[in-house]
Every structure is written in structure tokens, then in C-alpha cells.
Design a protein around this ligand. Sequence first.
Ligand SMILES: [Zn+2]
Length: 546
Amino acid sequence: MTFTPYSGDRYWDYPEIVSWCYDLAKALPEWISIKELGRTANDNPIVLIIIGKDPDHTPMFWLDAGTHASEWTGVMAAIFSLSAWGETLHTPEGQSWFSNNSIAVLPCISPDGYQHLREGGHFVRSSLRPPLSGTERIGLDAQDITGDGHIRWMRWKHPAGPYCLDPNAAMGLRKRTLHDDPENAFFLSMEGVFLEWDGASWKQAALKHGIDLNRNFPVHWKPFSMFGMDAGMYPLSESESRIATEAITQLPQVCAALSNHTYTGALLTQPYHPDPDLGDVDIQLMEELAEQSVSGTDYRVIKVYPDFAYDPKKRIIGVWADFLSSNLGIPAYTLELWNPFSWAGIEMTDPASFFGHPDPKIIAAMMTKACQEECKEWEMITHPQLGSVEVGGFTYLTTIRNPPEQLLREECRKGLQIANNIRSALPKITIQTETTALENGWYTLSIILENHGFLSTTSTLRAEQLQLAKSPTLTIVPNQGPSPTTQRMDVLEGWGTGLYKQNPIYASIGGRSCRGIGSWVVQKGKYTISWDAGRAGSGTVEVLVS
Ligand SMILES: [Zn+2]
């Protein structure tokens, strides 16, 4: 049995994703396993794929996607990466890497929302959780009333409208000025109908499915509401966030993590707040790794605080990547794939401002580009409540939110490149044995562990502080000599940990070593030494002392 590689040529529906993942695991059973972690409210399976010969004893990289229903590129980039890694298993290099390391992939955290949007449903942030019980949904609700499988825009002429006809503007409308003729004024909304309509009021209804799973994780959680979205009733109130959390906490070898999203073309790193939980060393280490990980792409690194905060005065709450870093001590990043700004020819220096205080010139450039890609001309229809309205416009999900299909492969490649860069930073243990003859048939048997990886054997200081990653131990069997059976060593430093402060003028090898030693006084014989370097893996070596 073989699997068909995914080339990044088109977006897939969720059932296709799941069946492809099962085929991949079936094609390479000695390397790849797949597990159903649970089912969603709509009975979609949430699956976890693990690649590696020995995932329980090797350092692991974690990749996930699909926390946000509309961010299809992230999901497809995860599949593209899985496919590429599956193909490398046909090469000696790939087999060697996956014998000594492993990767866990959760390709879609919120499949209900993902598939709902694939089928042309109304906008949902993450899942299809019903609105909170106190939500009054009165007003315009986005719906596909023309039945073309897309929710587009709707406009109707009215002297109180805030838009104005302009043949030179994208979709033929621009913001109204005081000098415009009221006869040319329009209302512009998403295509939809009014819920509980009183026959007169024109206002927007609250989002039907506003839960944002990326605000539902147990890190600085508090009740939250923004743009009609909420963080759930309490941290991990949602089955999808619980499933993801339980999955990663059952994988103690995870040393680094990447969560695929869209859009901006950026890798987001710590800190998340001016008073972060992570210490300076971990924050600098993560920034250094982020900078090195975007190499080979045109993406840039953005610190969530202060550069990606919608409101710098408010702490971003409940974010998955922050939870992984702050609470589990895993260097974890949000990857915002796809840069619609540069696609539209704009240099975007302050992406967060685009969501809070958008620059009309930037909006116009993006809409113009999106309309060139795919745009339905305004068409007069009879609206069930408003009478004559026009419906038209571009396809948001495959222009601004995700690339048009013909550009998807390029974004998938960037996602793979960054994932490959980060996985190359995992700690890497090598072992040397030495025996020295003493007097009267006794010998010194020494085992030296070295870490050749970028990350330390605990991957962060935070993981050590939280006692979530252990320092290495060596255990000898049998032990007939005077030295203790188990010997401990300090955490083995990675070459990347202090890289941010390396200054060859004031060269220093730092206060912690990448090498450690354990020694026993033994007699001739055969010994088994088990080593356990925590997140960096574990194993045994056989030594014959003769
Ligand atoms: Zn997202």
C-alpha cells in the first residue's frame, strides 16, 4: 500500500483529510500511527498522527492547525508537511531522522467549523458551539440567500447609507464623504437576512458561532468578548480545546511546537504581555529560534506584545501557543500563513492596526486585488425582507483569509520550511563510553552524554522551573561497585540557548555545559546503562568491560 502525496494544489474537505491521514498511516505502518482523540458535536473525528520509529523515547516536534475554522491554509500546510515527511521516509536521511526524533501532527483542531465553512456556511470563528444563553440574536445574520455556495456582500440604496457609488473603487463603493450626493448613498452588509426583524431597524445580529478556541486555553483566562467572539465559559470549556490539551500533555517528549493559522505572513513569538510568565532567557531563545526558523521564506517574526496586540493595555488571554510556552515550557509559535498585504502590493508594518484602526488605502488595495482574482458582479435580487437589493463581490475565504488555490502550494511550502527549521532545533543526544583500568582488576566505566541540539534537554528554563522536564540520569545494571546505581547530571545545554547574547569580543562558554558524565568503578563484565535525558529522549547502551 502506498499513499498519494499531497501537492498543495487545492483545499480539501475534512472527510478527505481524515481518509488521507489513515491511508498515510496504513502505507507506512512501521513509522506512522494515527489515533482518534475524540469526536466533536457533529461527530467529526479529531485525529493525531505520530511519525517516528520510537516516539516514546525520542525528542518530539508538535504541529497543529485548524483552531480557526476559516484558516484552511494552516490545515493544508499541515497535510503538506505530513506528506513531505511521509515521502522522506523512503530515503536513508529521513529514516535516520525519524529513528532518532518524532513528530506529532494534529491537522485540524476544530473540524466542525472547518467543514461548515468548506460547505459555504456563514462565518464561524472556531466551532459550532451555540451562542451563550444570554445572547440576543436580533438583526442581520450573514447567510447565502442566492444559494451560490458563498456568502458575498449585499448593498441597497438609501440616503442614510455610509457608502457611496464610485466606479473606480473595488466593488464600486467607497466610504461616503460630506460632499457626496445622498442619492448615491448605499448600505453595505454581508449577504443575509434579519432575525426577529421588527420591519424597520437595520442593525447587525451577534455572531451565531462566536467561540474562539484560541482564547479558551488555561493561560491568564478570563471572560472575554471582541468582535462578537468569546472565550467560552471557562478555560477548556470546549471539547476541542480539551482534546488538544490532553493530547499534548500525554506526550512528555514535545520540545517545540508550531500552530498553523492565517493570515499575515509572520511567525508570532513571546512575550504576550509586558509582565510575562517566561523569563528573559526563554523569551530571547524563542525569538532567536523564530528568526532562524523563518529563513528561506519571506515571513517575519512578530512579538505578540507589543507588536501584535489589538489593545496593548489588555493581556491576550487563553492562547494555545502562550499556554504551551508559559504553562508547559514548550517553545511554541503561532504561524500566520499567507500575506494578502504583500499579495496586494502593500508593505504592512503594523498588522495589528489593520484589525483595530484600518487604513482605508490598505483596505482598498486588498479589495481591488481580491476583486481581480474572483468577483461576482452586483446582481439585483428580491430580498425577502428588503425588497430589491444587489448581491455580489469577491470570495473572502480564498483571497484575503487564504490564498487563491493556485497560490496555495507556495504557502504550504513556507509552512513546511518553517516546520522543518524548527524541528531541526530539537535536542540531540550522543553517547560515548570510556573504560580505564585501575588496580586489582577494577575499572572506571564512564558514560558521557552530549547534547548537539539547538535546544537544551529541557527545551526551556520554564520547563525546569515547573518540574515538567527532568535532567538526565544514568543507571547501570548490574552494579557491583561502590558507586550509586543511578547517577544524575545537570540539564545539558543546547547551542541555541544563549545564542542571543553571544558576543565574540567577550567570548564565554556560559554557565552550563552541553556535556555531562557518569562514572562507576566496576569489574570485568557486561553492563547495560540506561540513560534518560527527559525531553531529549532515552535509551540504553551495552558496554563490555574486559
Ligand atoms: Zn487563527
